[in-house]
Design a protein around this ligand. Sequence first.
Ligand SMILES: [Zn+2]
Ligand SMILES: [Zn+2]
Length: 533
Amino acid sequence: MTPARTTRAQRLAMPLARHVVRDLAAEHGGCVRPVQLRRTDLHTGRTEQVLVPCGHTLATVCPSCADRNKHLRATQCREGWHLDTEPDITEDEPSDEQRMWIECRSQMQKQRDHAHAAGADTTELDELAADFDAEISRSGMRGNVLPARPERRHRSTRRRQDAPGLPRRAISPRTIGRTYTAPDGTTYRPSMFLTFTCDSYGTVGQGGSPANPAAYDYQRAARDAIHFAALFDRLIQNLRRFLGYDLQYFAVIEPQKRLAPHVHVAIRGTMSRSELRQVLAATYHQVWWPRTDTVRCEDASLPVWHEATGRYLDPASGEFLPAWDQALDAIGTEDEPLHTARFGSRFDAKGVLAGTPDSARCIGYLTKYLTKQLGDCHQATTAAQTSHADRLADALRYEPCAPTCANWLRYGIQPKNPREGMRPGRCTGKAHRREHLGYAGRRVLVSRKWSGKTLADHRTDRRAWLLETLGITEPDPAQYTWTPVKPGDPDHMPPAQRLLHVVADRQRWHTALTEARRRATEPAILSATGTAA
Ligand SMILES: [Zn+2]
Ligand SMILES: [Zn+2]
């Protein structure tokens, strides 16, 4: 039968096969940009193509991987929130290999220090030591044998950053909160859900845009966003000192409608509102950076790179711009910090009990926007919201985001670690990009002893559960080698072909999982321990 003639409009309305495959892959929870790896069995020499999920956290890039990441975060949050025993984080005994690398490294250090004392060149020995350091990390040890090289200057750190208004208690290693026992013997270990916001920059309306844009303090909004992560760090330190135990948290940074960051925090343990208010009032983060009041180098007279010295010159005077350290040293004892970041005085706090619908709701709330960029959480729908976002982006454009920011050149200062081609207003730092709203840090901040597990550990748990449910024994990883497949390779699969495989694989898995579940529930009702992949 010949197909009926169609008009162009009718044909355009037909779904594009390519798009259907992608949508179907996503619908089945499959990765839409899988990475192709070649797996070689070392015993038989047989090779096989394996498609590995991309693991992206943004739904706009890969909805399935982003969703999986969000669920893992929810699991991580749930597992740590109401722990009633200390998480197990005892260190493993070092292996023979690890001991050997440490011994090699020790001998190298001794040789190097001898050479140094004798005035000899230690470059080669330093390089060797660095190689050993790399081996130490590769063999599965955390941290470095030596502390990072101390900062050359100590001046800025002498300034008080602690909170003198707070009582300080010795911090005990305990990480779990208090237990309350009712007369009937029931025990409660409540935890808390907290939200801290930035201060006000001016009155805003329902949609988050300012009532009077001219009076809205965009500069302070930009700086608070840039230093928000440091301020949050300070808050945790102060809370620990105040409470006297090693407080653990699972925090997510989100934007408010006015596009200022705020932070939702699940903490283990409780405290009263008045205690929180006291800690908040004493918490601030001072930024001891050079002043940026005067623009010294406009677009027409940009500093010139001097190749021989690796520094920037003032085009008018021909002199070197002050280096970052010099600019810091020039900050006098009478000077004010460039910026002091504080939280707003308003906060939300509520107690949450383990396993309650309330706790589930809070976890849903904490992870709700994780698959989106900060700047995409609230889409502008009015002209006022659009211009508000524009003005914030403008304020962030020339605001220095870090000591290494190219914007320092605009204020006649050489950024730390200068490179050729730096241009004010063109800094590639994340903070300046519109989708980040000034906040360049990580979206999810989890303290080390939260669940005692990393996200990778939680991923492994989930995989183990899946394999067990399907009755599959995982092959020994030492039996295989893995190599990435490159576009020129004969066995390379173009993206469209990979997607077809993903759809087929997911369907097969889904059927197997449904079957395994049916089998598991048939003889007796077993407890459901999780959800499908
Ligand atoms: Zn993916
Ligand atoms: Zn920057």
